[in-house]
Design a protein around this ligand. Structure first.
Ligand code: FE2
Length: 452
Protein backbone atom coordinates (compact mmCIF):
# COMPACT_ATOMS: atom_id res chain seq x y z
CA UNK A 1 0.00 0.00 0.00
CA UNK A 2 2.82 2.40 0.75
CA UNK A 3 4.86 1.64 -2.36
CA UNK A 4 3.76 4.82 -4.11
CA UNK A 5 5.55 7.03 -1.59
CA UNK A 6 8.93 5.44 -2.14
CA UNK A 7 9.71 7.34 -5.36
CA UNK A 8 11.05 10.67 -4.16
CA UNK A 9 12.38 13.78 -5.83
CA UNK A 10 15.98 14.90 -5.32
CA UNK A 11 16.86 16.77 -2.16
CA UNK A 12 16.66 20.56 -2.33
CA UNK A 13 14.63 23.57 -1.36
CA UNK A 14 12.25 26.10 -2.88
CA UNK A 15 15.02 27.56 -5.06
CA UNK A 16 15.13 24.39 -7.20
CA UNK A 17 12.29 25.60 -9.39
CA UNK A 18 12.94 29.32 -9.71
CA UNK A 19 15.50 30.37 -12.28
CA UNK A 20 15.89 33.72 -10.50
CA UNK A 21 16.77 31.91 -7.24
CA UNK A 22 19.52 29.96 -8.95
CA UNK A 23 17.90 27.12 -10.94
CA UNK A 24 19.34 26.83 -14.46
CA UNK A 25 17.42 27.94 -17.53
CA UNK A 26 17.15 25.02 -19.95
CA UNK A 27 17.40 25.91 -23.64
CA UNK A 28 14.46 25.58 -25.97
CA UNK A 29 15.01 23.35 -29.00
CA UNK A 30 14.05 24.45 -32.53
CA UNK A 31 10.85 22.44 -32.28
CA UNK A 32 9.43 25.22 -30.15
CA UNK A 33 9.54 27.58 -33.16
CA UNK A 34 7.50 24.98 -35.05
CA UNK A 35 5.09 24.83 -32.12
CA UNK A 36 4.61 28.59 -32.22
CA UNK A 37 3.88 28.53 -35.92
CA UNK A 38 1.46 25.64 -35.61
CA UNK A 39 -0.68 27.28 -32.92
CA UNK A 40 -0.62 30.96 -33.98
CA UNK A 41 -3.47 32.12 -36.26
CA UNK A 42 -2.55 31.76 -39.94
CA UNK A 43 -3.07 35.49 -40.45
CA UNK A 44 -0.61 37.26 -38.08
CA UNK A 45 -2.72 40.42 -38.23
CA UNK A 46 -5.46 38.69 -36.20
CA UNK A 47 -3.27 38.30 -33.13
CA UNK A 48 -1.62 41.69 -33.56
CA UNK A 49 -5.02 43.43 -33.63
CA UNK A 50 -6.12 41.48 -30.56
CA UNK A 51 -2.91 42.42 -28.75
CA UNK A 52 -3.32 46.09 -29.68
CA UNK A 53 -6.88 46.05 -28.31
CA UNK A 54 -5.52 44.45 -25.14
CA UNK A 55 -2.87 47.16 -24.67
CA UNK A 56 -5.52 49.85 -25.06
CA UNK A 57 -7.76 48.16 -22.54
CA UNK A 58 -4.88 47.67 -20.09
CA UNK A 59 -4.03 51.36 -20.31
CA UNK A 60 -7.56 52.23 -19.10
CA UNK A 61 -7.64 49.59 -16.36
CA UNK A 62 -4.19 50.63 -15.13
CA UNK A 63 -5.55 54.05 -14.12
CA UNK A 64 -7.97 52.52 -11.62
CA UNK A 65 -5.39 50.04 -10.34
CA UNK A 66 -2.83 52.79 -9.70
CA UNK A 67 -5.43 54.90 -7.91
CA UNK A 68 -6.80 52.14 -5.73
CA UNK A 69 -3.65 50.08 -5.12
CA UNK A 70 -4.13 47.12 -2.79
CA UNK A 71 -7.85 47.83 -2.37
CA UNK A 72 -8.64 46.59 -5.90
CA UNK A 73 -8.27 43.08 -4.51
CA UNK A 74 -11.73 42.20 -3.17
CA UNK A 75 -12.20 40.93 0.33
CA UNK A 76 -14.77 39.14 2.42
CA UNK A 77 -14.79 37.20 5.68
CA UNK A 78 -15.70 33.73 6.80
CA UNK A 79 -18.87 34.84 8.62
CA UNK A 80 -20.21 36.37 5.43
CA UNK A 81 -19.44 33.21 3.45
CA UNK A 82 -21.22 31.07 6.04
CA UNK A 83 -24.19 33.47 6.24
CA UNK A 84 -24.45 33.33 2.45
CA UNK A 85 -24.96 29.57 2.33
CA UNK A 86 -21.29 28.79 1.83
CA UNK A 87 -20.90 30.98 -1.25
CA UNK A 88 -19.08 34.25 -1.78
CA UNK A 89 -21.55 37.15 -1.94
CA UNK A 90 -22.41 37.91 -5.58
CA UNK A 91 -20.66 41.32 -5.57
CA UNK A 92 -17.44 39.78 -4.22
CA UNK A 93 -17.62 36.82 -6.61
CA UNK A 94 -17.91 39.23 -9.55
CA UNK A 95 -14.81 41.12 -8.44
CA UNK A 96 -12.82 37.91 -7.81
CA UNK A 97 -13.66 36.84 -11.36
CA UNK A 98 -12.26 40.11 -12.64
CA UNK A 99 -9.22 40.39 -10.35
CA UNK A 100 -8.31 36.73 -9.88
CA UNK A 101 -7.50 37.19 -6.18
CA UNK A 102 -9.31 37.64 -2.87
CA UNK A 103 -8.59 38.23 0.81
CA UNK A 104 -10.77 36.22 3.20
CA UNK A 105 -10.72 37.51 6.79
CA UNK A 106 -10.85 35.50 10.01
CA UNK A 107 -10.69 32.04 8.51
CA UNK A 108 -9.01 31.02 11.75
CA UNK A 109 -9.31 32.97 15.02
CA UNK A 110 -6.33 35.24 15.56
CA UNK A 111 -5.34 33.55 18.80
CA UNK A 112 -5.39 30.11 17.16
CA UNK A 113 -3.31 31.31 14.20
CA UNK A 114 -0.72 32.70 16.61
CA UNK A 115 -0.76 29.39 18.48
CA UNK A 116 -0.17 27.57 15.17
CA UNK A 117 2.96 29.62 14.55
CA UNK A 118 4.19 29.14 18.08
CA UNK A 119 3.81 25.36 17.77
CA UNK A 120 5.70 25.35 14.46
CA UNK A 121 8.54 27.45 15.86
CA UNK A 122 8.93 25.09 18.81
CA UNK A 123 8.86 22.11 16.41
CA UNK A 124 11.67 23.69 14.38
CA UNK A 125 13.67 24.43 17.55
CA UNK A 126 13.28 20.88 18.80
CA UNK A 127 14.76 19.55 15.56
CA UNK A 128 17.91 21.39 14.54
CA UNK A 129 18.98 20.61 10.99
CA UNK A 130 15.64 20.97 9.19
CA UNK A 131 16.55 22.34 5.77
CA UNK A 132 15.06 25.35 4.02
CA UNK A 133 15.80 28.35 1.86
CA UNK A 134 18.15 30.16 2.12
CA UNK A 135 20.29 27.30 3.44
CA UNK A 136 22.22 29.35 6.01
CA UNK A 137 19.17 31.10 7.47
CA UNK A 138 15.94 29.41 6.31
CA UNK A 139 12.83 31.50 5.80
CA UNK A 140 10.91 28.84 3.82
CA UNK A 141 11.11 25.56 5.73
CA UNK A 142 10.99 22.04 4.31
CA UNK A 143 8.43 20.82 6.82
CA UNK A 144 4.97 19.51 6.05
CA UNK A 145 3.73 17.54 9.05
CA UNK A 146 3.83 19.90 12.03
CA UNK A 147 0.61 19.29 13.98
CA UNK A 148 -0.65 22.81 13.41
CA UNK A 149 0.01 22.64 9.65
CA UNK A 150 -2.10 19.50 9.49
CA UNK A 151 -4.82 21.05 11.70
CA UNK A 152 -4.99 24.28 9.68
CA UNK A 153 -5.40 22.43 6.37
CA UNK A 154 -8.59 20.76 7.58
CA UNK A 155 -9.94 23.53 9.78
CA UNK A 156 -13.70 23.66 9.00
CA UNK A 157 -13.49 27.35 8.08
CA UNK A 158 -10.61 26.71 5.72
CA UNK A 159 -12.56 23.92 4.03
CA UNK A 160 -15.63 26.19 3.76
CA UNK A 161 -13.50 28.92 2.17
CA UNK A 162 -11.92 26.50 -0.31
CA UNK A 163 -15.31 25.12 -1.33
CA UNK A 164 -16.68 28.65 -1.84
CA UNK A 165 -13.70 29.40 -4.08
CA UNK A 166 -13.92 26.12 -5.99
CA UNK A 167 -17.51 26.97 -6.85
CA UNK A 168 -16.55 30.15 -8.67
CA UNK A 169 -15.54 27.75 -11.43
CA UNK A 170 -17.86 25.85 -13.77
CA UNK A 171 -17.78 23.14 -16.42
CA UNK A 172 -19.42 22.67 -19.78
CA UNK A 173 -21.69 19.69 -19.35
CA UNK A 174 -21.00 17.36 -16.48
CA UNK A 175 -17.22 16.98 -16.59
CA UNK A 176 -15.79 14.59 -13.94
CA UNK A 177 -14.99 17.08 -11.19
CA UNK A 178 -16.64 17.90 -7.88
CA UNK A 179 -16.25 21.56 -7.01
CA UNK A 180 -18.42 21.21 -3.91
CA UNK A 181 -15.75 19.36 -1.94
CA UNK A 182 -12.08 20.02 -1.31
CA UNK A 183 -9.05 17.77 -1.03
CA UNK A 184 -5.95 18.73 0.94
CA UNK A 185 -2.64 19.60 -0.71
CA UNK A 186 0.26 19.60 1.76
CA UNK A 187 2.75 22.37 1.06
CA UNK A 188 5.49 24.08 3.06
CA UNK A 189 5.49 27.27 5.11
CA UNK A 190 7.27 30.58 5.41
CA UNK A 191 8.47 32.35 8.54
CA UNK A 192 10.20 35.33 7.02
CA UNK A 193 12.32 37.19 9.52
CA UNK A 194 12.41 41.00 9.84
CA UNK A 195 14.84 42.46 7.32
CA UNK A 196 15.05 39.32 5.18
CA UNK A 197 15.74 40.17 1.54
CA UNK A 198 16.68 36.71 0.30
CA UNK A 199 13.30 35.00 0.09
CA UNK A 200 12.14 37.35 -2.65
CA UNK A 201 10.29 35.59 -5.43
CA UNK A 202 10.15 37.42 -8.72
CA UNK A 203 7.01 37.50 -10.85
CA UNK A 204 5.86 34.04 -11.88
CA UNK A 205 2.91 31.76 -12.51
CA UNK A 206 2.54 28.28 -11.05
CA UNK A 207 0.94 25.29 -12.76
CA UNK A 208 3.56 24.66 -15.43
CA UNK A 209 4.99 27.02 -18.02
CA UNK A 210 5.63 25.92 -21.62
CA UNK A 211 2.93 23.27 -21.12
CA UNK A 212 0.25 25.96 -21.52
CA UNK A 213 1.16 26.16 -25.21
CA UNK A 214 2.63 22.72 -25.73
CA UNK A 215 -0.01 20.38 -24.29
CA UNK A 216 -3.03 20.25 -26.65
CA UNK A 217 -5.48 19.83 -23.75
CA UNK A 218 -3.99 22.64 -21.64
CA UNK A 219 -3.94 24.82 -24.77
CA UNK A 220 -7.70 24.26 -25.16
CA UNK A 221 -8.23 26.36 -22.02
CA UNK A 222 -6.77 29.34 -23.90
CA UNK A 223 -8.40 28.64 -27.28
CA UNK A 224 -10.21 31.98 -27.46
CA UNK A 225 -7.04 33.88 -26.60
CA UNK A 226 -5.00 32.01 -29.20
CA UNK A 227 -7.68 32.84 -31.77
CA UNK A 228 -7.34 36.52 -30.93
CA UNK A 229 -10.71 36.68 -29.14
CA UNK A 230 -9.39 37.28 -25.65
CA UNK A 231 -12.49 39.26 -24.68
CA UNK A 232 -14.46 35.97 -24.83
CA UNK A 233 -11.94 33.98 -22.77
CA UNK A 234 -13.45 32.55 -19.57
CA UNK A 235 -10.74 32.09 -16.91
CA UNK A 236 -13.16 30.13 -14.69
CA UNK A 237 -14.11 27.38 -17.14
CA UNK A 238 -12.59 24.24 -15.62
CA UNK A 239 -13.48 21.85 -18.48
CA UNK A 240 -10.07 21.46 -20.12
CA UNK A 241 -8.04 21.93 -16.96
CA UNK A 242 -9.10 18.59 -15.54
CA UNK A 243 -6.89 16.56 -17.87
CA UNK A 244 -4.38 19.30 -18.81
CA UNK A 245 -0.74 18.24 -18.51
CA UNK A 246 0.96 20.84 -16.30
CA UNK A 247 4.29 19.11 -15.81
CA UNK A 248 5.71 17.51 -18.98
CA UNK A 249 9.28 17.86 -17.75
CA UNK A 250 9.14 16.64 -14.15
CA UNK A 251 9.94 20.01 -12.73
CA UNK A 252 11.85 19.84 -9.40
CA UNK A 253 8.84 21.40 -7.72
CA UNK A 254 6.04 20.85 -10.22
CA UNK A 255 2.63 20.58 -8.61
CA UNK A 256 0.84 17.32 -9.41
CA UNK A 257 -2.50 18.57 -8.18
CA UNK A 258 -4.74 21.01 -9.97
CA UNK A 259 -4.71 23.96 -7.57
CA UNK A 260 -7.78 25.90 -8.63
CA UNK A 261 -6.64 28.73 -6.38
CA UNK A 262 -3.24 29.01 -4.79
CA UNK A 263 -3.44 30.32 -1.26
CA UNK A 264 -1.92 31.04 2.09
CA UNK A 265 -3.12 31.45 5.64
CA UNK A 266 -1.41 34.26 7.55
CA UNK A 267 0.21 33.31 10.87
CA UNK A 268 1.35 36.85 11.58
CA UNK A 269 0.39 40.39 10.79
CA UNK A 270 1.65 41.15 7.27
CA UNK A 271 1.61 44.61 5.75
CA UNK A 272 2.56 45.87 2.31
CA UNK A 273 6.39 46.07 2.38
CA UNK A 274 6.34 43.28 4.93
CA UNK A 275 7.44 40.72 2.40
CA UNK A 276 3.88 40.04 1.30
CA UNK A 277 2.34 38.77 -1.93
CA UNK A 278 2.00 40.90 -5.03
CA UNK A 279 -0.43 40.03 -7.82
CA UNK A 280 -1.52 41.36 -11.20
CA UNK A 281 -5.20 42.07 -10.51
CA UNK A 282 -6.70 41.43 -13.96
CA UNK A 283 -6.92 37.71 -14.55
CA UNK A 284 -8.34 37.64 -18.09
CA UNK A 285 -6.15 40.41 -19.49
CA UNK A 286 -2.83 39.32 -18.00
CA UNK A 287 -3.40 35.75 -19.20
CA UNK A 288 -4.18 36.99 -22.70
CA UNK A 289 -1.01 39.09 -22.58
CA UNK A 290 1.49 36.40 -21.66
CA UNK A 291 -0.17 33.78 -23.88
CA UNK A 292 -0.36 35.94 -27.03
CA UNK A 293 2.86 37.92 -26.88
CA UNK A 294 5.37 35.16 -27.82
CA UNK A 295 3.19 34.35 -30.85
CA UNK A 296 3.13 37.86 -32.33
CA UNK A 297 4.71 38.16 -35.77
CA UNK A 298 7.85 39.92 -34.52
CA UNK A 299 8.61 37.05 -32.10
CA UNK A 300 7.33 34.13 -34.18
CA UNK A 301 10.78 33.13 -35.47
CA UNK A 302 12.42 33.49 -32.05
CA UNK A 303 13.18 30.43 -30.01
CA UNK A 304 11.71 32.03 -26.92
CA UNK A 305 8.44 31.78 -25.01
CA UNK A 306 9.26 34.76 -22.79
CA UNK A 307 9.95 33.29 -19.38
CA UNK A 308 8.60 29.78 -20.06
CA UNK A 309 11.21 27.01 -19.87
CA UNK A 310 10.69 23.27 -19.60
CA UNK A 311 10.70 22.21 -15.95
CA UNK A 312 10.64 25.72 -14.49
CA UNK A 313 8.00 28.17 -13.33
CA UNK A 314 6.65 30.56 -15.92
CA UNK A 315 8.51 33.78 -15.14
CA UNK A 316 6.88 37.17 -15.53
CA UNK A 317 9.45 39.91 -15.99
CA UNK A 318 9.61 43.62 -16.71
CA UNK A 319 11.68 42.73 -19.78
CA UNK A 320 9.00 40.60 -21.43
CA UNK A 321 5.80 41.55 -19.63
CA UNK A 322 6.07 45.23 -18.62
CA UNK A 323 2.31 45.77 -18.86
CA UNK A 324 1.81 43.04 -16.26
CA UNK A 325 4.64 43.94 -13.87
CA UNK A 326 3.66 47.65 -14.00
CA UNK A 327 0.23 47.01 -12.52
CA UNK A 328 1.08 44.45 -9.87
CA UNK A 329 -0.14 45.40 -6.40
CA UNK A 330 0.63 44.14 -2.91
CA UNK A 331 -2.20 42.59 -0.93
CA UNK A 332 -3.80 44.70 1.82
CA UNK A 333 -2.58 44.34 5.41
CA UNK A 334 -3.65 41.01 6.93
CA UNK A 335 -3.88 39.75 10.50
CA UNK A 336 -3.10 36.23 11.75
CA UNK A 337 -5.89 33.92 10.58
CA UNK A 338 -6.71 35.82 7.37
CA UNK A 339 -6.23 34.03 4.04
CA UNK A 340 -5.23 35.19 0.58
CA UNK A 341 -6.10 33.22 -2.56
CA UNK A 342 -5.19 33.71 -6.19
CA UNK A 343 -6.25 32.08 -9.48
CA UNK A 344 -3.98 29.35 -10.82
CA UNK A 345 -2.96 31.50 -13.83
CA UNK A 346 -2.40 34.73 -11.89
CA UNK A 347 1.04 36.35 -12.05
CA UNK A 348 2.37 36.83 -8.53
CA UNK A 349 5.56 37.68 -6.68
CA UNK A 350 6.83 38.00 -3.13
CA UNK A 351 8.00 41.46 -2.09
CA UNK A 352 11.78 41.84 -2.08
CA UNK A 353 12.17 42.59 1.61
CA UNK A 354 10.34 42.17 4.91
CA UNK A 355 10.59 45.71 6.22
CA UNK A 356 8.38 45.07 9.24
CA UNK A 357 9.88 44.72 12.70
CA UNK A 358 8.17 41.35 13.06
CA UNK A 359 8.13 38.13 11.07
CA UNK A 360 6.01 37.64 7.97
CA UNK A 361 4.63 34.14 8.22
CA UNK A 362 2.22 32.00 6.23
CA UNK A 363 1.12 28.43 5.67
CA UNK A 364 0.76 27.72 1.96
CA UNK A 365 -2.60 25.98 1.44
CA UNK A 366 -4.37 25.98 -1.93
CA UNK A 367 -7.90 24.94 -2.84
CA UNK A 368 -8.06 21.67 -4.75
CA UNK A 369 -11.38 20.10 -5.80
CA UNK A 370 -12.05 16.38 -6.36
CA UNK A 371 -10.94 15.18 -9.80
CA UNK A 372 -8.93 12.20 -11.05
CA UNK A 373 -5.55 13.96 -11.04
CA UNK A 374 -6.04 15.27 -7.52
CA UNK A 375 -7.24 11.92 -6.18
CA UNK A 376 -4.22 10.15 -7.69
CA UNK A 377 -1.77 12.53 -6.09
CA UNK A 378 -3.69 12.35 -2.82
CA UNK A 379 -3.05 8.59 -2.72
CA UNK A 380 0.72 9.15 -2.95
CA UNK A 381 0.58 12.05 -0.49
CA UNK A 382 -1.41 9.90 1.97
CA UNK A 383 1.32 7.26 1.85
CA UNK A 384 4.00 9.88 2.47
CA UNK A 385 2.03 11.24 5.43
CA UNK A 386 1.68 7.78 6.95
CA UNK A 387 5.47 7.31 6.76
CA UNK A 388 6.39 10.89 7.70
CA UNK A 389 8.09 11.39 4.35
CA UNK A 390 8.16 14.64 2.40
CA UNK A 391 5.11 14.79 0.08
CA UNK A 392 6.02 13.41 -3.37
CA UNK A 393 5.89 16.82 -5.14
CA UNK A 394 8.61 18.33 -2.94
CA UNK A 395 12.39 17.87 -2.64
CA UNK A 396 13.02 14.48 -1.02
CA UNK A 397 14.69 15.71 2.17
CA UNK A 398 12.41 13.65 4.43
CA UNK A 399 13.46 15.80 7.38
CA UNK A 400 10.51 14.72 9.54
CA UNK A 401 10.73 10.94 9.03
CA UNK A 402 11.97 10.19 12.53
CA UNK A 403 10.19 12.96 14.45
CA UNK A 404 7.92 11.44 17.05
CA UNK A 405 6.10 14.72 17.55
CA UNK A 406 4.96 15.09 13.94
CA UNK A 407 1.26 14.80 13.06
CA UNK A 408 -0.01 11.26 12.48
CA UNK A 409 -3.07 10.03 10.57
CA UNK A 410 -4.76 9.18 13.89
CA UNK A 411 -4.75 12.88 14.78
CA UNK A 412 -6.98 13.80 11.84
CA UNK A 413 -10.55 14.94 12.38
CA UNK A 414 -13.25 13.27 10.26
CA UNK A 415 -13.06 16.20 7.79
CA UNK A 416 -9.27 15.81 7.78
CA UNK A 417 -9.59 12.10 7.06
CA UNK A 418 -11.79 12.82 4.05
CA UNK A 419 -9.58 15.59 2.74
CA UNK A 420 -6.43 13.49 3.16
CA UNK A 421 -7.88 10.37 1.56
CA UNK A 422 -8.42 8.20 4.64
CA UNK A 423 -12.24 8.26 4.47
CA UNK A 424 -14.59 8.12 1.47
CA UNK A 425 -16.92 10.74 0.05
CA UNK A 426 -20.59 9.86 -0.35
CA UNK A 427 -21.10 8.94 -4.03
CA UNK A 428 -24.82 8.41 -4.20
CA UNK A 429 -26.29 11.65 -2.95
CA UNK A 430 -29.22 12.58 -5.23
CA UNK A 431 -28.24 16.23 -5.29
CA UNK A 432 -25.04 15.39 -7.21
CA UNK A 433 -24.84 15.70 -10.98
CA UNK A 434 -23.29 12.91 -13.04
CA UNK A 435 -19.86 14.60 -13.19
CA UNK A 436 -19.73 15.00 -9.43
CA UNK A 437 -20.81 11.40 -8.90
CA UNK A 438 -18.19 10.19 -11.35
CA UNK A 439 -15.47 12.25 -9.64
CA UNK A 440 -16.38 10.90 -6.20
CA UNK A 441 -16.65 7.30 -7.45
CA UNK A 442 -13.25 7.60 -9.12
CA UNK A 443 -11.84 9.17 -5.97
CA UNK A 444 -13.04 6.41 -3.67
CA UNK A 445 -11.71 3.77 -6.10
CA UNK A 446 -8.30 5.40 -6.50
CA UNK A 447 -7.92 5.73 -2.74
CA UNK A 448 -9.17 2.19 -2.17
CA UNK A 449 -12.10 3.43 -0.08
CA UNK A 450 -15.58 1.99 -0.12
CA UNK A 451 -18.29 4.55 -0.84
CA UNK A 452 -20.76 5.07 1.95
FE1 FE2 B 1 3.99 30.77 -6.81
Amino acid sequence: MLQSAIKSKAKGNISSVFAHLGASRPTLGPRFIDLKKSIAPKDPAVLQRAFDRLLNHLKKEAIEIRQRGSSVIPETDIKTIRANGGQLPESVAKEVKKRGAVVVRNIVDQALAVEYKDQIQKYIQRHPGIVGYPEDHPQAWEIYWATSQVAARSHPNFTATAVALNQLWHTHGNAPIDLTRNLIYCDRLRIRQPGDAKFALGGHIDGGSIERWEDPEYRQCYKKILQGQWEDYDPFDVTHRIEAEMDFYESPSGCSMFRIFQGWLALSKIEPNGGTLRVCPLIREQTAYFMMKPLLKEYLDKNDFMGAWPGRCQEITAEHHPHITDIMVSVSPVEPGDGVFWHCDLAHAVEPKNEMKSDSSVLYIPSTPICRRNSEYLRRQRDAFSLGLTPPDFPGNHCEKDFEDRAMPDHLTQAGKMGMGFAPFDEENDSLNSGQKQARRQHNQILGLTGS
